[in-house]
Write a protein that binds this ligand. Structure first.
Ligand code: MD3
Ligand code: FE
Length: 238
């Protein structure tokens, strides 16, 4: 018998994942396993619809000419480096899809779950949930080779929280600081169904995705390979 049958390589690193929600930094809360498998499959079905157009999944080209490895489709407002528009003028000029009402409701539930007073330890954050009205979502797709470098999200004219949902393969999420794109940072494993909310003092922190772990998607999440990440935002635009 081979040694790897006796001592199997763990695809998923044991970590604090089963310990429940945790505060990573002020305003940054990780809620593992927040979406049910049924909700994940339903969202994956919607993702299939969104990618059918009018604007296809596309890898954005940064001003230096570098093309991102992550591909994105947007809802509500189309993000292009580094602004939001109603038409995808950097892709095919077509209008962006509407931001769905169900996603506004999901965003509110997400902020309420993450900023429950006993978790966030900041009562002012708990008040944000009821009025939270995201109007843009970036829906990112990562294949096995995709990664996202350390960056800040500051194209929004609002300091409202960002809600992040992960489906499919797990990844390493690197959460940094607001001052530099380098250390200190905290690496967190994000898995299918996880919620992460970034608000308050964490809203403008540097962050990135150094690595996706191929073959780690749960069989019943609806995605056989790759990783989907939805980030809901308040653009502050009209
Ligand atoms: C922290 N996406 O779309 S989600 C992005 O998994 C982005 O696709 C990553 O970074 C992904 O901009 C990370 C977590 C995330 C999203 C937005 C944030 C963390 C954030 C904004 C501010 C602070
Ligand atoms: Fe980001």
């Amino acid at each position: 018998m081979s040694d790897d049958a006796l001592f199997p390589v763990e695809l998923v690193q044991p970590d604090t994942h089963d310990a429940g929600p945790r505060l990573i930094a002020p305003g940054a809360v990780h809620v593992p396993g927040w979406l049910s498998m049924e909700q994940q499959r339903w969202i994956v079905d919607r993702f299939g619809e969104w990618t059918r157009g009018p604007v296809p999944l596309r890898a954005a080209t940064l001003p230096g000419g570098h093309q991102m490895s992550v591909r994105t489709v947007c809802l509500g407002w189309h993000w292009q480096p580094y602004r939001y528009t109603r038409e995808a003028t950097d892709v095919n000029g077509r209008p962006v899809l509407d931001f769905p009402d169900w996603m506004v409701r999901l965003g509110r539930k997400a902020v309420a779950a993450a900023y429950a007073p006993e978790l966030a330890k900041d009562a002012s954050l708990a008040d944000l949930a009821a009025d939270y009205t995201p109007d843009a979502a970036l829906v990112n797709f990562y294949n096995n080779a995709a990664a996202m470098g350390m960056h800040q999200d500051k194209d929004e004219h609002s300091n409202a929280p960002v809600v992040s949902l992960s489906i499919g393969d797990s990844c390493v999420f690197r959460f940094g600081n607001t001052e530099t794109r380098t250390k200190p940072y905290t690496d967190v494993h994000l898995r299918s169904g996880d919620l992460f909310v970034f608000g308050g003092a964490s809203r403008f922190a540097y962050h990135g995705i150094p690595k996706v772990h191929p073959g780690t998607a749960p069989a019943d999440c609806g995605l056989s390979e790759g990783r989907i990440n939805i980030t809901m935002r308040v653009t502050g635009l009209s």
